[in-house]
Design a protein around this ligand. Structure first.
Ligand code: 5AD
Ligand code: SF4
Length: 445
């Protein structure tokens, strides 16, 4: 890096959607001549991509901004930009304006493509820009991006969500569902594959309701899209997340049977095992309906790994409701689960519900749930010992290390010794040991 190189520091909070947005932000800044730095003390531009879904997201964000104050005030040439779905909430933008007036640019999830223009304007005029869109139009295509991994890639196929689960902020921050055109997705993935990518993960808040259409063509369903992607030569693995149980179609279950590239794993957030709580969450399925769906998946795809998201302590959750969740977890036998303590999000219906659950009760249930989930994961992973899985080797865990990690088709993390030369290849790995969250193995012929 030359002494004069302009640099950027990028802090990403949150989910895979944000990770993917971060690749675009990096690509845009690099197309303007900026180089990435991990040292924010020297960066010329600092971008914070926020998430509003996770626990204590606003505390973490404002804590981070607090740390930047000294840097921004001691080096007035630094530009600080905050973006991402948290910026789509009015009270957050108001707090930034009042308490952190030195933040230069605030933008939303729909207008990432305008970053170069906004940055140039701020550098010219040193005036603050707040540019948050209410609603997204057609997805913007063709933006440069800087990929994080060489052999696997995340590809957004749709944005936004129409479901309005009563606890969730996403429909308010990311707007209504918008599907990308199939031709754009195919083009992006063909280019990725030509560049060495073997595995893609299709991203969207609810990929099952994907409905993308090219001009003058019939809309394509999600299963239809998977079938088209399966035909791409050189693409070896297709994954997706996340999917709403109410929209999981028989056509998608059939696609698992017909498309060997579609990995035998599904992330199927259940949120609660109590039909009454599910009703109040506006999830539009019952405990029995969910279990039946799992039965159909297992029948069609024996050995499919099922993972989930579960919220503990939703308003009004009784001990009986929670017992239903534990029961469902045992009946499904999840390979792993992300567990969340319910936390009210300003502007969502559930935040206004009476009967908010006391924190100590939430924590106590959370601990019991985690114990149950982990004991099943231990069991599931133990069953893998002695079996051989094709694993995409993702490279050494540290430079010079002989230890690589990778994922089985079921998305289980495996650590194994391997020469550098196998990086990026799918190799057969025999599992020799199991832990709660990962496996250990050795390469076999
Ligand atoms: N409180 C706790 N967990 C939440 N999630 C979404 N909103 C909330 C909230 N208000 C969880 C859900 C979702 C995951 C991404 O985050 O389980 O599936
Ligand atoms: Fe949020 Fe529900 Fe949409 Fe998922 S489906 S993003 S939980 S509103």
């Amino acid at each position: 890096m030359s002494d004069q190189a302009k640099t950027y520091y990028l802090q990403i909070f949150g989910c895979q959607m944000n990770e993917r947005d971060g690749e675009t932000i990096a690509g845009l800044l690099e197309s303007m001549g900026y180089e990435r730095t991990e040292d924010r003390e020297i960066a010329n531009v600092i971008v914070i991509d926020t998430c509003s879904v996770r626990e204590n997201a606003d505390k973490r964000f404002f804590g981070f901004l607090g740390q930047l104050k000294r840097i921004r005030l001691s080096r007035p040439d630094v530009t600080v930009a905050a973006c991402g779905c948290m910026m789509q909430q009015k009270h957050i933008v108001d707090t930034i304006k009042q308490k952190y007036p030195w933040v230069d640019i605030v933008f939303g999830t729909h207008n990432i493509h305008e970053l170069p223009e906004m940055l140039s304007k701020v550098l010219e005029s040193k005036k603050k820009i707040v540019n948050v869109w209410d609603e997204g139009g057609e997805p913007v295509e063709g933006l440069p991006f800087h990929r994080r991994y060489a052999f696997k890639a995340f590809v957004s196929i749709m944005y936004g969500c129409n479901n309005f689960c009563t606890y969730c902020i996403v429909p308010y921050t990311r707007g209504r569902e918008r599907s990308r055109k199939p031709s754009e997705i195919l083009k992006e993935i063909r280019e990725l594959v030509a560049d060495g990518v073997k595995e893609v993960t299709l991203l969207g808040q609810n990929v099952n309701s994907y409905k993308g259409a090219d001009d003058g063509e019939e809309p394509l369903t999600f299963a239809g899209l998977i079938r088209k992607l399966s035909e791409i030569e050189g693409l070896e693995r297709i994954r997706f997340m996340t999917s709403h149980p109410k929209d999981l179609s028989p056509e998608l279950i059939q696609a698992y049977k017909d498309c060997p590239k579609l990995c035998p794993h599904i992330h199927l957030p259940v949120q609660s095992g109590s039909t009454e709580i599910l009703r109040r969450m506006n999830r539009r399925y019952t405990k029995e309906g969910y279990l039946e769906l799992v039965g159909r998946l297992r029948e069609a795809v024996p050995g499919i790994a099922i993972t989930t998201d579960i919220i503990v302590g939703f308003p009004g959750e009784t001990e009986e409701d929670f017992a239903e969740t534990l029961d469902l977890v045992r009946k499904v036998g999840y390979d792993s689960a992300f567990t969340f303590l319910y936390s009210p999000r300003k502007g969502t219906p559930a935040a206004e519900y009476e009967e908010q659950i006391p924190e100590d009760v939430k924590h106590e249930r959370f601990n019991r749930l985690v114990d149950t989930v982990n004991s099943i994961s231990v069991e599931k992973n133990r069953n893998c010992v002695g079996k051989i899985y094709p694993v995409l080797a993702e490279g050494p865990d540290q430079e010079g290390s002989a230890l690589q990690s990778g994922r089985t088709p079921e998305h289980k993390l495996v650590n194994f010794e391997a020469p550098l030369s196998v990086t990026g290849q799918i190799v057969n790995v025999e599992i020799t040991e199991s832990n709660t969250f990962s496996l250990v193995g050795r390469i076999v012929e």
